[in-house]
Design a protein around this ligand. Structure first.
Ligand code: NAG
Ligand code: NAG
Ligand code: NAG
Ligand code: NAG
Length: 369
């Protein structure tokens, strides 16, 4: 048994190596370089390096990934970062910054193909996620890591070519849920503090980090706002199976504020282009009519523990349940979508109409001058 397990791990590394090689070949020249930021919705292994409870590098995570490898993705297979990258013709998301950094020999070549900075549990504010999850890489720190990479790209290509690469690259950002969750954890039934001052602080911080990316040469921002977080199994399992409206209202308010923020940035900063994906509307549209999207289970997580599999994460070692028809489920675990749900979202972001993604979709953003 022990040696079988070892062999499986060796095979996992082999499969990951092959897929990276394909990724490089596939990505050359044709498609925009992707720099990805945010939380667990787009983390592809950053947190494997951290002392955190927000981890997914164990089964059943990755059960539908190549050779069923758990990689740190909170998904049965590809997550939303991968699915967006796949829409652009890549095999999967670019690797985590912390993985690339470990191998100085290949670092210089591989950062030109894109980098993923996202860290599960993190948020826009410094401090978001830490009391709940432990060590996470906040958005501000992710932007600092990008500033490093930006310097390295200049060393490699020279300033002019580096600026061109970065200005044509797509900056994909999926963040905000954990800021809202952290705030809501402090609320009690008898004391719900006003959300507006907090939201204003979150947005002001978001503004400064986006402007910092712009100053580093970023021009194309593909932003994903917050999904109806009041409907994920972690929340509904504590509410008799029903969505929690104040959390969903909070997500809607976050979306509107983000829309205003992006309008402001694009009116102030020359050449700033964006595309804002309304994941709230995408998800509620699906919840109203799951079968038209090919799904039939939108309440229970596929993998997890307790009521609706929503009372703990997808941890095989703790005897988590695992569904058989993973293509039928919206939720993989207590917080995250399945591979198929991420694919539906990525397709809408890439090619959807401007009710779901405004003012243009990700493909228009990427292929515009
Ligand atoms: C990347 O940039 C950082 C910060 O300037 C530097 O310390 C590091 O050595 C560079 N890495 C490579 C591979 O050039
Ligand atoms: C929640 O409460 C703690 C303790 O009072 C406080 O330190 C923290 O800043 C609060 N978090 C939010 C997001 O309001
Ligand atoms: C969903 O559909 C599949 C067939 O595609 C079926 O096997 C399964 O029982 C259905 N699940 C529910 C909850 O209706
Ligand atoms: C979005 O993307 C598709 C595919 O690139 C494009 O053809 C289409 O016009 C866009 N949709 C809208 C409504 O702008």
């Amino acid at each position: 048994m022990a040696s079988l397990a070892r062999n499986n791990y060796a095979m996992c590394f082999f499969a990951i190596f092959i897929s990276l090689a394909m990724h490089v070949a596939h990505g050359a020249n044709v498609v925009p370089t992707l720099f990805i930021f945010g939380d667990s919705t787009v983390d592809v292994g950053t947190n494997n390096f951290l002392r955190t409870r927000a981890k997914a590098n164990f089964p059943y995570n990755g059960i539908d990934f190549k050779l069923s490898c758990p990689t740190g993705r909170f998904s049965n297979g590809f997550n939303t970062a991968d699915q967006i990258a796949r829409q652009f013709g890549y095999e999967q998301s670019p690797p985590p910054f912390l993985t690339l950094e470990k191998d100085q020999y290949s670092f210089k070549k591989r950062i030109l193909q894109g980098v993923n900075f996202a860290s599960g549990g993190s948020g826009i504010l410094i401090g978001t996620g830490s009391s709940e999850w432990g060590e996470v890489i906040f958005f501000e720190r992710q932007v600092e890591q990008f500033a490093w990479v930006r310097g390295n790209i200049s060393e490699i290509l020279g300033e002019a070519k580096a600026a061109e690469l970065v200005s044509k690259a797509l900056f994909i950002i999926s963040v905000g849920s954990n800021d809202l969750f952290d705030f809501s954890r402090n609320a009690t039934a008898s004391n719900i503090p006003p959300t507006q001052p907090y939201l204003a602080r979150v947005q002001l911080t978001y503004f400064s980090h986006l402007r910092k990316l712009y100053e580093l040469g970023a021009r194309k921002f593909g932003i994903i706002s917050v999904a109806p977080i009041g409907c994920c199994p972690a929340i509904t399992s504590g509410n008799g199976g029903n969505c929690v409206k104040p959390l969903n209202d909070f997500a809607v308010a976050f979306h509107s504020a983000t829309q205003e923020l992006l309008q402001k940035l694009s009116s102030q900063l020359e050449g700033f282009k964006y595309s804002l994906g309304n994941s709230f509307l995408m998800t509620t549209t699906l919840l109203k009519n799951p079968s038209s999207f090919g799904l039939n289970e939108t309440k229970s997580a596929c993998c997890g523990i307790g009521y609706l599999n929503g009372q703990n994460g997808c941890i095989k070692a703790q005897n988590a349940n695992l569904c058989a028809n993973r293509k039928d489920f919206l939720f993989w675990d207590w917080f995250h979508p399945t591979e198929i749900a991420s694919e539906l979202a990525a397709k809408t972001l890439f090619g959807g109409g401007n009710d779901f993604v405004t003012p243009i979709n990700f493909s228009q953003l990427a292929y515009s001058c």
